[in-house]
Design a protein around this ligand. Sequence first.
Ligand SMILES: Nc1ncnc2c1ncn2[C@@H]1O[C@H](COP(=O)(O)OP(=O)(O)OP(=O)(O)O)[C@@H](O)[C@H]1O
Ligand SMILES: [Mg+2]
Length: 229
Amino acid sequence: MNPAVRCQNVIKVYDTGGQKVTALNGINLDIAAGELMMLVGPSGCGKTTLISVIAGILDQDEGSCEVFGENLLNMRSRDKLNFRAHNIGFVFQAFNLLPSLNAAENVSVPLIINGMKRVEAERKAITVLEHVGLGERWTSLPSQLSGGQQQRVAIARALVHSPRLIVCDEPTSALDHETGRNVMTLLKDVAMHKDRTLVIVTHDARIFDFADRIAEMDDGHIIKVKDSR
Ligand SMILES: Nc1ncnc2c1ncn2[C@@H]1O[C@H](COP(=O)(O)OP(=O)(O)OP(=O)(O)O)[C@@H](O)[C@H]1O
Ligand SMILES: [Mg+2]
């Protein structure tokens, strides 16, 4: 069977004002469908860059990255948006919630992009907010929520449209131990029972036991992949 994600010799160089930074320096990585893969490594080693390439948010300079057999780099931008809207959920390191929308409206966005009616989308959004323990707070604006609560809204938004691939950048960084484990239990459940693929960047050693495999990055390379099943 094809892997859910296949990266081959992926290279990404940022060029800001003449200064070049090689963020990804030849990444090879296969992630199986249904797998929960964690990505670890020191700050600045390229984790966010790699998952941004995988999710089609950022174009690499060299190499290929296929998601469910599709090469996002070659897609027309409209097809790429459509593919991402149906297949990928992304939790950003900085949450990226829309400040003028309440929690339920924020979580509804992927459903509305996919053509669902607003009322139905909000109803669905509220059920997913209940799963992350925020059922009571669906009318709150991001500014009225704590960092950990905003993080859980961002996670609900990444799950609401049942994407086949869920990519999370530090999903437990703002959460206490118990809430972090609850969120991971939810993500793991989604992965196991619905055959979803998860890629999770984390520094949080308290959640390593949820991983099927852990890929260790350093300086734009994957230096080790550890099987933890
Ligand atoms: N937009 C950008 N322009 C220039 N350089 C960038 C840009 N984004 C990231 N970089 C650089 O690329 C390298 C990898 O960054 P990246 O954000 O992928 O690291 P990271 O592993 O996610 O780090 P952290 O754990 O701190 O989030 C770093 O040296 C960073 O400074
Ligand atoms: Mg990062």
